[in-house]
Design a protein around this ligand. Structure first.
Ligand code: SAM
Length: 210
């Protein structure tokens, strides 16, 4: 199993250590066990979780080089994309905010089991005060880009990046959100599109310029 995931991650130029692989296995175990009590994911099969949650989260490495930046993951749910990123880049300073307390409780137990240090906030992004504090802000499957830009861009520092994970409608959403992004001090730098198991993915890199 390790070799399969290892091979997959080579596509992203990522090397997987035994420790990291064990952390992903633990993540899978907790995710599927807790999913029986609280709704965390529709995907529960081993290959599906590794591909569509873990690998998918790590495709953000196509947009930026991760090291010791501060990263806010808005609406992280069961931890995507920030927990897989934290496993692969332990120096990242990750903060997660989610409106659902039961998901934050899951993440508390999970991060203890994985022995990783992540700041967990239960609340709505629009009610937080730590604006312009993060080098990177991420969001996957939270809201359409217009709303998402309002939620996320204020948290990015000047010269920081808002990294958006979208599906097949990414380009269309970007067109509709261009003026909102500009108003919020953002500028679109890059779009990367690719497929994961015949499903379209669109990654957007937006810089906070003012
Ligand atoms: N990002 C995860 C993923 O890709 O699997 C979770 C996606 S889930 C569909 C959306 C999550 O965003 C939910 O956990 C929800 O509680 C959270 N959410 C939605 N609006 C939010 C807001 N305004 N502030 C904080 N969290 C929010």
């Amino acid at each position: 199993m390790k070799t399969q995931f290892e091979t997959l991650l080579k596509n992203l130029d990522l090397e997987l250590t035994d420790k990291q692989f064990n952390q992903f296995e633990t993540y899978y175990k907790y995710l599927t066990e807790w999913n029986e009590k609280i709704n965390l994911t529709a995907i529960t099969d081993y290959d599906g979780v590794f591909m569509k949650h873990f690998y998918d989260s790590l495709t953000l490495t196509k947009l930026v080089t991760f090291n010791n930046q501060s990263l806010l993951d808005v609406g992280s749910g069961a931890g995507f994309p920030s927990i897989p990123l934290k496993i692969m880049f332990p120096e990242l300073k990750v903060t997660i905010i989610d409106a659902l307390n039961k998901r934050i409780n899951f993440l508390k137990v999970l991060t203890e089991a994985l022995d990783i240090d992540v700041t967990l906030i239960h609340g709505r992004a629009e009610e937080q005060n730590d604006k312009e504090s993060y080098d990177l802000v991420t969001a996957r499957a939270v809201a359409n880009l217009n709303v998402l830009s309002e939620l996320c861009l204020p948290f990015a520092k000047i010269k920081g990046y808002f990294l958006v994970m979208k599906g097949s409608k990414g380009e269309e959403e970007l067109e509709n959100a261009q003026s909102a992004i500009e108003l919020l001090g953002g500028t679109h730098l890059q779009t990367i599109s690719f497929e994961i198991e015949n499903e379209m993915r669109t990654l957007l890199k937006i810089e906070k310029v003012r």
